[in-house]
Write a protein that binds this ligand. Structure first.
Ligand SMILES: Nc1nc2c(c(=O)[nH]1)N[C@H]1C(S)=C(S)[C@@H](COP(=O)(O)O)O[C@H]1N2
Ligand SMILES: [Mo]
Length: 201
């Protein structure tokens, strides 16, 4: 009798229950970027919180790195159908960031901006309450440049394109403004459990 063997094994039930529809589990960590990897000089890096064009707060790398850190262990889901379980991250939660800025959120929507010009929109409610962070470490080490170091947004409950790599600003917007991929046919919200891959899903 043939056995399925290790590589042919079906995902165990608890693992299958963790896979959103249409996803498969991967052990490696693919790199997906629209352009080339930017190499960021920490001496020049700043993180800015804005409301429209108006700056609410800004931190140098040294200042940012001194903010209280939070750890996440989460599954991540890419719209290209891979999911990776139990990834561990450390960074500044958006709750902590808003507290450090000492501002009440002026709107319910944020647009993340990255040094490569990438943008992505996330409702405030999907970033607060312990749901999102600006991550600076992955698996206990500084995030590598290809995966978005020195800092990336991490919103693990939405498709991974929402987790903007090389993030350097969060901007409050009056409306839920589509970002880079949302303007090019990706879903405005991107819930993997509802398979919101493309506009109209
Ligand atoms: N700044 C920036 N962030 C980005 C992207 C990008 O091109 N630029 N690609 C997005 C997409 S489509 C995905 S799937 C994930 C991939 O992250 P990874 O390369 O760490 O796997 O980053 C997202 N964040
Ligand atoms: Mo992606």
């Amino acid at each position: 009798m043939a056995t399925r063997g290790f590589f042919g094994r079906r995902p165990s039930e608890p693992e299958a229950a963790r896979l959103p529809p249409g996803q498969y589990k991967t052990e490696d960590f693919p790199v997906l970027s629209a352009g080339a990897t930017p190499y960021v000089d920490l001496a020049k890096w700043r993180f800015t919180l804005k409301h429209g064009p108006r700056q609410l707060a800004s931190w140098s790398w040294e200042e940012f790195d001194r903010l209280p850190k939070t750890a996440f262990k989460r599954d991540i889901h890419c719209v290209t159908k891979w999911s990776k379980f139990d990834t561990t991250w450390e960074g500044v939660s958006i709750d902590e960031l808003l507290a450090a800025a000492g501002v009440a959120a002026p709107t319910g929507f944020l647009l993340a901006h990255s040094v490569d010009g990438y943008t992505t929109n996330v409702p405030l409610a999907d970033l607060t309450g312990g749901k999102g962070m600006v991550a600076t470490a992955y698996e206990g080490l500084p995030i590598s440049p290809s995966h978005g170091g020195p800092a990336r947004l991490l919103v693990p409950h939405l498709y991974f394109w929402k987790s903007a790599k090389w993030v350097n600003a969060l901007q409050f917007t009056e409306r839920d403004e589509p970002g880079f991929w949302e303007l090019r046919g990706y879903h405005i919200y991107g819930d993997p459990w509802r398979e919101q891959r493309f506009t109209g899903d």
